[in-house]
Design a protein around this ligand. Structure first.
Ligand code: ADP
Ligand code: MG
Length: 242
């Protein structure tokens, strides 16, 4: 019986892992497809430079998909090997750029308010995925289009990232189920995006708070303990950003 149980467990784990990979590869694919569609629809009106820009983003996303696969190959081992000093505003800005085509196709503009002096010692790929997932959900929560507010700021002890939409919102019951594997209210959803995001934020030492009102909108707040740069590093960063 014990052996049977172990086998079932392992099967479940493999199934869950496969589903997670599928979900995370799907995001970059959606983005690449979006840029392709924009180019096909408006290609004759777009400048050569704009087209180059879109192709670059598509290639970046293809690379990200490759990284996601690599990431998941080491998912069983939840240690974070690839941590380095990251400018959080740059990272969040990048996540917004990644979602640009998807937002545009859904008549949504993303407002960014970014404090440039927020740093974390963290895993760039994992953290980017977290905000891509959250922003993607915000876009999908506003079927009639509109605006999303993304803010990066800090207090004495934390770096704080907010993603606020003014879409369909959630009930208390719905909020309580967020992050549960396969919980989705979407016809084509997988219910894995937030499971992965919650897991990554936990691994990276942060917290997620959700405030939402049905019919009004939703605010995700992600908080990390601030990284205090040793003074040498401070000098290097000051030098690079000048
Ligand atoms: P999926 O997007 O594939 O459904 P997620 O794990 O990303 O899976 O999200 C799970 C569910 O949480 C969504 O189906 C949706 O019902 C709800 N949700 C997440 N973010 C928001 C949001 N910003 N506004 C309203 N509902 C949301
Ligand atoms: Mg999602």
């Amino acid at each position: 019986l014990r052996i049977e149980l172990q086998r079932v467990d392992r099967l479940n784990t493999v199934g869950g892992l496969a589903a997670s990979i599928a979900h995370e590869i799907r995001n970059p694919l959606t983005v690449v497809k979006g840029f392709m569609q924009i180019i096909r629809k408006n290609g004759d009106k777009l400048s050569q430079q704009k087209i180059q820009e879109y192709l670059d983003m598509a290639i970046t996303e293809t690379n990200r998909a490759e990284k996601v696969i690599a990431d998941f190959l080491s998912f069983a081992n939840p240690s974070v090997e690839n941590q380095r000093l990251i400018n959080v505003s740059d990272l969040v800005s990048m996540a917004c750029n990644i979602m640009y085509s998807y937002a545009t196709l859904n008549d949504i503009s993303i407002n960014k308010t970014l404090d440039k002096g927020c740093y974390l010692f963290t895993d760039e790929n994992k953290l980017t995925q977290v905000f891509v997932n959250i922003i993607k959900n915000s876009i999908e929560a506003m079927p009639n289009g509109g605006e999303i507010d993304v803010r990066v700021f800090k207090d004495k002890k934390h770096v704080i990232i907010e993603v606020e939409d003014y879409g369909i919102g959630m009930t208390k019951e719905e909020i309580s189920r967020l992050g549960t594997p396969f919980y989705t209210l979407k016809s084509s959803g997988t219910g894995l995006g937030l499971m992965i995001s919650y897991k990554y934020v936990q691994i990276l030492g942060g917290k997620i708070k959700v405030e939402s009102e049905k019919g009004k909108g939703t605010k995700f707040t992600v908080t990390f303990p601030i990284y205090h740069k040793p003074s040498e590093e401070m000098d290097i960063i000051g030098y690079i950003s000048e």
